[in-house]
Every structure is written in C-alpha cells, then in structure tokens.
Design a protein around this ligand. Structure first.
Ligand code: R5P
Length: 288
C-alpha cells in the first residue's frame, strides 16, 4: 500500500499512512499562469495499492480537478488498485433536480470519481442517497464515535449531546454512547439559505454542559440559533462539534460571539479547530 497525499489533505494523508504503516507520497503540484493544474506522482506505483487522500473543500473546483488528476496518474503509474479517500465531498448538497435542466452536480462528480477509482471512502456524506451514483464500491464512514471519544477530554458536567435537528440525532446518539451520556435533538426550520429558527422542545438542559453536533458547520447559522435557544434555558456551557468544519467567512468568530465555548471538528477539512482525526476510521475501513 502507498498513500498519495492530495494538497487539501496533506496532514490527514500523513496520519493515514502512519496508521497503515506504509509509505507516503507527496506529488509535485504546480499551477500555470493561465490557471491550469500540473501534477506528477514521482514514484513508481507498479503493482501497488494506491490510496489517494484528497478532500474537496473550498476551492472545490481546484481540489476536485486535483483529485481526478491524482486518481488518473495513480492508475497510469501502474497501481493495480486505486482507492479514493474523499472525506469531505463537495457538491453533496446538490443531489436533486428542483427545476428542469438543473445540473445534479453530486451525481456528475460521483460518476467522474467512479471512472478513475476502484473504490471510494467518504465520511459523513451530507445525503447518503448520493452513494448510489458511484460506479465503484463506496462506503460512508462515521466520525461520530471518535468525536464522542474526544468529548470525554472536556470534563463535561451532566453532558447532553444534541443534534440541532432530527437528521443529526443519529450522529448525536452515536457520539453520546462513547461518553455514556444522554442524547436528544432540537427542532430546526430553515427560513432562507442563511437563516434558521430553532426550538428546544422541553429539554432538561439547565446547569448542564451541552454539545451540539452536526455533520457540517458552514455559516454557523444553525449552531448559533441552537445556542440562543439553549442559553434561554440556562444551559451551563455550550460546545459545537462537527465532522466537516466548512466555516464560511467569519463563522468561527460568530460562534464564539454567540456564546459557544469551543468548536470541535475532525480533519476531513484541515482547519484550526480540527482536533480529532478521522485517520484511524479510514485506516480501519481500508484494512477490511
Ligand atoms: C444541514 O442539513 C446540515 O446538516 C447542517 O445543519 C448545515 O449544513 C449547517 O449549515 P450552517 O452552518 O450554514 O447553518
């Protein structure tokens, strides 16, 4: 096995290689003055199982193009099996056609990855139905247990793990199991793409530490609204956790200003809040 590091996942790729106890290759990557990407894998891969690790956060299109080149170059360099590890898959929210003629972007991307890779691993994909569009065997891995394990280092008082909406409840309960804590969810209504309303139902949160957990924190709007509601119920400390810290603009500042004690994320997107690595989860899935 050889791990090939995409530029968006250089740290994670190194961690995966360490877990798998195999070599790490950093390809040569350049951008021409007219905006094109040059990529070269300077290592022979004849007969190898190549594991390409490349997430696709902003700039999504550049990172996707790099991913396709990495997969193609790995095959051309003689790899007998190419595994694509795309922990954060861009365009996963554009998975349906709402108006005639709209591009189903997620579907196109799945097909393109499937043309180049023999198998694929993603982590907490936004809409699991997308998986049916992959032409290769594909698996969605969960980061919830490792986030739950991380929470145990926070010394939480009477912890409650909350999904900001019903969809996130499964993730909350999987994380809560690791901690031996309770889990529940809030009710969320999205009014516009950047505005949501959150209600706490009748949760027992007074004096307790609460972790709100979601697959993605993008603008921070969902967590900020949840935080406002929880503060009204005299919650002790509020933590925000996610798999993918997209963190658009000054989302992190806004979360802190809203009263979030700490933001916790994995390294599917490498950010300053990436404190829990998905490398062991990826390595275990590859070994199976
Ligand atoms: C929505 O379905 C997702 O699970 C997240 O709740 C959403 O992407 C978070 O976005 P934002 O941080 O912009 O509210």
């Amino acid at each position: 096995m050889i791990v090939i590091a995409g530029s968006a996942s250089s740290k994670l790729a190194a961690r995966v290689a360490k877990q798998l106890k195999c070599p790490l290759v950093k390809p040569e990557l350049k951008h021409s003055p007219h905006g094109e990407t040059y990529l070269r894998i300077g290592t022979k891969l004849k007969g190898a199982h190549a594991i390409v690790v490349q997430s696709t956060p902003y700039p999504q299109n550049d990172n996707l193009m790099e991913l396709f080149f990495l997969l193609g170059a790995a095959k051309d360099s003689g790899a007998i099996h190419v595994t694509a590890v795309v922990p954060y898959l861009a365009y996963a929210r554009q998975s349906k056609r709402y108006k005639p003629g709209e591009a189903i972007s997620a579907q196109t991307i799945c097909k393109l990855i499937g043309h180049e890779a023999d198998e694929l691993f993603v982590v907490d994909i936004h809409d699991v139905k997308i998986m049916k569009n992959f032409l290769t065997p594909a698996r969605d891995l969960s980061a919830a247990p490792l986030l739950g394990q991380y929470f145990s280092s926070l010394n939480l008082k009477r912890p409650l793990i909350l999904g900001p909406d019903q969809k996130a409840f499964e993730c909350a309960s999987r994380a809560a199991v690791e901690l031996g804590a309770e889990s529940d969810y809030l009710t969320k209504k999205r009014v516009t793409p950047t505005k949501v309303i959150t209600q706490t139902k009748s949760l027992d949160v007074a004096g307790r530490d609460v972790v709100i957990i979601d697959d993605i924190i993008s603008t921070g709007g969902t967590i900020i609204e949840a935080t406002k509601s929880l503060k009204q119920c005299r919650t002790r400390r509020i933590y925000a956790a996610c798999t993918h810290a997209v963190l658009v603009g000054n989302a992190l500042k806004k979360l802190t200003a809203a009263g979030v004690t700490k933001v916790i994320a994995t390294d599917t997107i490498e950010t300053q809040v990436s404190v829990a690595s998905v490398a062991p989860v990826i390595a275990e899935a590859i070994r199976k």
